[in-house]
Structure formats: C-alpha cells, structure tokens
Design a protein around this ligand. Sequence first.
Ligand code: PLP
Length: 485
Amino acid sequence: MDIEQFRKAGYQAIDRICDYYYSLEQRPVVSQVQPGYLREALPENAPEKGEDFQFIADDYQKLIVPGMSPWQHPSFFAFFPTAGTFESMLGDLYSSSIPTPGFNVIPASTELEAVVMDWGAKLFGLDSRFLNSSEIGGGVIQTSASDSALVAVVAARARYIRDHPGVKQEDLILYTTTQTHSLGLKAGIVLGLTCRALEVLLDDQFALRGSTLQDALEEDKKRGKHPFIIIATIGTTSSGAVDRLNEIGEVVKTYPSLWIHVDAAWAGVTLACPEFREIAMLDSINKYADSFCTNFHKWGLVNFDASGMWVKDRKHLTNALDITPEFLRSKHGDAGTVIDYRNWHLGLGRRFRSLKLWFVLRSYGVEGFQKYIRSTIQLNDYFVKLVRSSPTFHLVTQPSFALTVFRLVPASSASTDTTALNTLNESFYSRISARQDIWLTQTKINGVFCIRFAVGAARTTKEHIDKAWKLLNEEAEIALADWVV
Ligand code: PLP
C-alpha cells in the first residue's frame, strides 16, 4: 500500500467506523456468532499472493465485526465498562503511525507518559510522593491491572528479601481476600508464591477489616511465615466492596515490611470527584499505600489498554527489575537523570499509550472527566431506586459507585432457602443472558447467586435504564411463574 492508497483506505475506515457507531444501538449487545465460526469462514493458510486491501476491509466488516460484542452499547451493563472514546481511538491511530518499541529514554513517548501520569495523579488527588516530578515516586502505564499487581508483588518481594536476607521463597506470603480479583492468585502462581485469601463478611459488606489482617499476621508469624504484601481493593469486581484501608494501614504500622498495593482498577477513577474521595479512601491511599492502580481503560474514557500504576518509591521497581546489558546503556540512563520505564515493568518495548491518555485528558478536561463519572453514578442511583421500590428484587449488597448487585427474593415465598433462591435466580439469569438486547453478568458471593448491573458505557441514558428495568421485570415474571420450590 502506498501513501495515497493508505489515504483512501484510511478515509474509508473512518467512514465505516462512524457508520458502526451510528448503528450501535440496533446491533446485538452480545455477539450472536458461534465459537469456531471464523475457522469455518477463513482459508486454512495465508494467501500465497497478496490480496487487494478493499477485499480485506470488506471481509473485516462482514466476518469480524459481527463476532465482536460491543461493550460500548448503551445496554451493556456487564462486567465493568470499558471506555471507548474517539479521542482515544485517534491517539491509538497516531501512536501506531510512528511504530517504535518506545523504550529509549528520550523519545517523546517517555516524557509524555511521565507528564500525563502526573496529571492523572493530580486529577485523583494522589499525594505528591506519587508524582514523577518528585523524582522519588512516580506513575507508569502498565498493560493491565494484573500487570500492575504483578509488578507490585515483584517489587515488594525484592524489598522484603533485601531487608530480611536468608528468608526462603517458600515462606513468603502474599495476602489477598476472597473477593480480590484473580490478579492476586495469578501473581502468586507466576512468581511461585503462596497466596492467602483472607475471609471477608457480608456484615462488613465484604470489605477486609484490620482485625482480620492482624489475626492473619500473628498466625503466620507464629508459623514462621513471612507475609510481605497485601493487595487491598477499592471496588471489588463481584460487589464493589471497599477494603478498610484505614484499618489495614494502622495494622501495617506495626508490620512496616508489609507492602500495601491498592487495586482500584475500576473504582479508582471516582477519585477525580471530590465527593467520592472519602468513600474511595483517598486519605488512606495517600497515607498508607506503597502502590496504587486504576485502569483508565475501564471507566476512565481511554481505550484498552492503559492501566495507571503509581508508586511512592520508584527505586523499589528499578531495584527489582533493572537489568541493563551493554547494548541498552545510554548516557542519560547511566547518569540516572531520566526515567527509564523499561525498568518499571516486565517488557522491554512499550506501546505509546500516553498519547491517547493525553488526548482524552485534554479533550475532556477535569470537568468533563468528573461529569462523566458523576452521570454514570447518578444513572446507577436511579436503577437502585427502582430495585428498592420493587417487592421482588432485592439488593444483595449496598450499591457501590455505579454497580448494583441484586437478586430475586419473592415476597410471597415462604422459602428463603439459599439453594431454592439460587435455582430461581439462575433460571432468571439464564433468561436474561439468552437475550440479544441487554448484557448483565452473574456472580456468587458466599454461596449466594446474584446478578451484577454495572453502569458506565458512555452512551447509556435514563431511557436505557428504564428499558433494562422493564425487560428485567418481564423475565422475572416468567422465571417466577416457572419456579418450583
Ligand atoms: N481488579 C478489579 C477490581 C477488576 O474489576 C478487574 C477487572 O474487571 C481487574 C482488577 C483486572 O483488570 P485487568 O484486566 O486490567 O487486569
């Protein structure tokens, strides 16, 4: 493809993307293709001779688009939202127009990342120790919250072993809770570490309490074990629980070697709004956390991928991850006068992700960012009101930010037996999930089957919540009629 062919194909691509967004609401929220459909549709080998790009672009429309479930659909209430803004898309396009592995210390991509991660830290009210400009701490864009957690565990382990020479790897313990995202256990598996999931209770809205951590620490110490990191969550995936970071921080005062990593992959962006800072524990994050993560690519208006990770002391990352063979040495790197992000994560090469973050933060501004977060939380508040007004729908946990966890508990039913109610809710959920026009996800908390409703897609309005409520009621009526206790 030459430059003029690229220009033509590029114009067509943008036209088609615009048409796709105009037609989004008429499309199924959940793709209707069956697994394996592409293998049947595509040849077994790459073509011997190159093909005309127009055929390829047409096949993309015909074969690929229908197989992609649009998370940007206004009736998408599943998982957590993943942002998709045109500003961010253009950032991705421009960044791939200058393809570089981006690890050198003086390209614009490194400098821009250092600047926009400071913008992000200030947007969220993070302490100045988390700023790149502090030259001690700083922020880096990782691929995912799972990578951020893995890097935090690697850094925490290196710090712990440095301070406790001779400790055996098999005696190290990584703490999570039963509600932590799989990233905790995964980090344990990848690094060959024991992961201990601490119990959390419904009475505490599934938040980790300081006393539980204290008991675990004492117990493990007696067993000769070495807990070295706790991954606390602000906004768990199942129910949006917020671990009591204030209590955790106080306990850790007497165990200063314990690293606190805060996974706020979803809810961290609410810190942009001063009114949510108390509930999202900003003071405790600033006071106690060694590292903090929130995903711009979830609820933060930036297209996948862009996971923001901030640390109070960057040397713990570089102590653990700086391996500099001769061919990677540079004048500025040797002098230590610049950020060398290759030592802040696992890979060497890095995508130019700060560009899309820069585009989004400039286009929306702090006000636009706050407005978006507030509007989605208000829509969820509206949904919560509808649930509360219903005799059959019940909240399982307190609503959290823009997430509601609910289930059916019929008022007329004599049975509140968990198994019977689980059966009812499973059949209710299987009816909802068979539909093309809405998408919610299920979860199970302490044996209770429930349904999650997460607001966050940028095109969702009150009308979409009303529509969702109407069809949830229709499906509930059928599930209840079919329910045999
Ligand atoms: N942490 C929480 C609380 C999440 O809800 C999720 C995903 O939904 C993750 C971590 C994982 O995020 P990632 O896909 O960026 O690893």
